[in-house]
Design a binder for this molecule. Structure first.
Ligand code: 3PG
Ligand code: MN
Ligand code: MN
Length: 557
């Protein structure tokens, strides 16, 4: 609706020409940090990225990729792909899901909305189920928000509550799931003291149970469904804390990949399958790893796996995860309305765009880039290519992932002459960084660097322009540090490996034969962040960004 009134026509840039091919490369999880053995980017051979940094100082800089620069609640919040790509693509900073949920809980408005009133109808006679990531990471969910929601639901009439937890170890340290489960158990026992029948009913590691994304592996969602809805899992325990402790004892077990379990009563019966009449809330605010479960919970017609039973429930998401698909139909907090993204402007100004990544990051460079919107704006001018990711493995097993294939697809798109913008996400630093495997992450960073070279060589051939950046840090620091910056050594005498993202800034490098001479980074945007990239890219296409966009990073002498 609103888009009808938008003036899509962009003003011409006074100095920069149109018609140059622009390659936009996002290295996922590639921050900048001091050299050292836990800086995998430093240890890896990365001649291409090193040259960008060292040979053109006025065309390389750092930008902020965490905290308020990307719409997160505080400066202690590390960046992530969702908010990073949103900022890169939208050119403005929007209050993101984490913050919107905080505000709705603090004001109590969450309980006045249509979504909560909808699920509340089940409170008197049925169970309220809460499914989501049990973590303080602030990337997909936060434990304090779950705690407040539990309390609020109890105060508003929920009589029976079941929580289905997914253990993290990816946005937070591995092993922390035990403490989170203990905290949650304490809250649930407080609710029980108030006469509310509240328990954890099932669980499993986020990467093995439920939280797949972009349809890489529906088996992951099925495992969760079996435990959460059907009450069936290979492991049965009397409590979640016991389950997590025991399952973590298996060789190589970790929070991310714990097998599914259900909590059973003294008679061995699962305490919380989801049945007709129940209410379900998926309490993650971030979309990408919840939309598959949301489809399974909501869609009458569904053929991704055999649901066995499709209970008639009242289902609401913490947020609406996909505005185009209206999925889910009911939600507790309205998502950020990210409109007028750079992709939409550019396509409306004739820019032909090619976007590509492999499955695990495909939605990042399309859906998140376009303000959480599925599909192309104009399929005649845009082509989005997804390279199938490996599935059923942890990415340290194949750390090169599909970097070369992405590089080659981008190269071919650049050389084809069919596109004005070629945009990719290269996932390796992030996806392998999350495994905590330092050696594999070094291999990953080298592969990513080689893919960048393939793309830059093609840019060189067609006389184009490149902008290479990242969405947040990860591979540049693989160890948990104390306040002085020293690695923290755990009780086992080993350093605590950091599987999560970081607070580090990320590079932006620009160049290529098509970049007009005299273009350099401005000095008056010292606190620039990812949201400044969109206006910069628009300049490279020969346009000036809309007035309310964050300012460009460049000037022309
Ligand atoms: O979902 C994930 O894999 C992590 O929680 C965050 O990683 P991303 O923000 O880079 O996707
Ligand atoms: Mn990312
Ligand atoms: Mn990540």
């Amino acid at each position: 609706m609103a888009s009808k009134e938008v003036q899509w026509k962009l003003a011409d840039h006074p100095k920069l020409p149109k018609g140059k091919l622009v390659a936009v490369v996002v290295l996922d999880g590639w921050g900048d940090a001091s050299p050292g053995k836990y800086n995998c980017i430093h240890v890896a051979e990365t001649p291409t990225m090193d040259a960008l940094k060292n040979t053109a100082p006025d065309k390389w800089r750092l930008v902020r990729a965490h905290g308020t620069a990307v719409g997160l609640p505080t400066e202690d919040d590390m960046g992530n792909s969702e908010v990073g790509h949103n900022a890169l693509g939208a050119g403005r900073i929007f209050a993101q899901g984490a913050k919107l949920v905080d505000l709705a809980l603090a004001s109590g408005k969450i309980y006045d909305g249509e979504g909560f009133n909808y699920i509340k109808e089940s409170f008197a006679n049925n169970t309220l189920h809460l499914i989501g990531l049990m973590s303080d990471g602030g990337v997909h969910s936060r434990l304090d928000q779950l705690q407040l929601l539990l309390k609020g639901a109890g105060e508003r009439g929920a009589k029976k509550i079941r929580v289905h937890v997914l253990t993290d170890g990816r946005d937070v340290l591995d092993g922390t799931s035990v403490t989170y489960a203990e905290t949650l158990e304490k809250d649930l026992s407080d609710l029980r003291a108030k006469g509310i029948d509240a328990q954890i009913a099932s669980g499993g590691g986020r990467m093995y149970v439920t939280m797949d994304r972009y349809e890489n592996d529906w088996e992951v969602v099925k495992r969760g469904w079996d435990a959460q809805v059907l009450g069936e899992a290979p492991h049965k325990f009397k409590s979640a804390v016991e389950a997590i402790k025991k399952l973590r004892e298996a060789p190589n077990a970790n929070d991310q990949y714990l097998p599914p379990f259900v909590v059973v009563d003294d008679g061995g019966k699962p305490v919380g399958p989801i049945v007709d009449g129940d209410a379900v809330v998926t309490f993650n605010f971030r979309a990408d790893r919840m939309t598959m479960l949301a489809q399974a919970l909501e869609y009458e017609k569904f053929d991704k796996f055999d649901r066995v039973r499709f209970p008639k429930i009242r289902y609401a998401g913490m947020l609406q995860y996909d505005g185009e698909l209206k999925l889910p139909n009911q939600y507790l907090v309205s998502p950020p309305l990210i409109d007028r993204t750079s992709g939409e402007y550019l396509v409306n100004n004739g820019i032909r765009t090619f976007a590509c990544s492999e499955t695990v990051k495909f939605g990042h460079v399309t859906f998140f880039w376009n303000g959480n919107r599925s599909g192309c704006f104009n399929s005649e001018k845009e082509e989005y290519v997804e390279i199938p990711s490996d599935s059923g493995i942890t990415f340290n097993e194949k750390p090169k992932m599909k970097a070369f294939e992405i590089g080659e697809k981008a190269r071919d798109a650049i050389l084809s002459g069919k596109f004005d913008q070629v945009r990719v996400n290269i996932p390796n630093g992030d996806m392998v960084g999350h495994t905590g495997d330092v050696d594999a992450t070094i291999v990953a960073c080298k592969a990513a660097d080689e893919a960048v070279k393939t793309i830059l060589d093609a840019v060189e051939k067609v006389g184009g322009i490149y902008l290479v950046t990242a969405d947040h840090g990860n591979a540049e620091d693989m160890v948990k540090r104390d306040k002085k910056g020293e690695p923290i050594v755990g009780k086992d005498g080993k350093v605590q490996i950091l599987t999560s993202h970081t607070l580090q800034p990320v590079p932006v490098a620009i160049g290529g034969p098509g970049l007009a001479s005299g273009v350099k980074f401005r000095k008056d945007v010292p606190n620039g962040g990812l949201a400044n990239v969109a206006a910069t890219v628009m300049n490279f296409h020969g346009f000036v960004a809309p007035d309310d966009y964050e300012t460009t990073l460049i000037e022309v002498d």
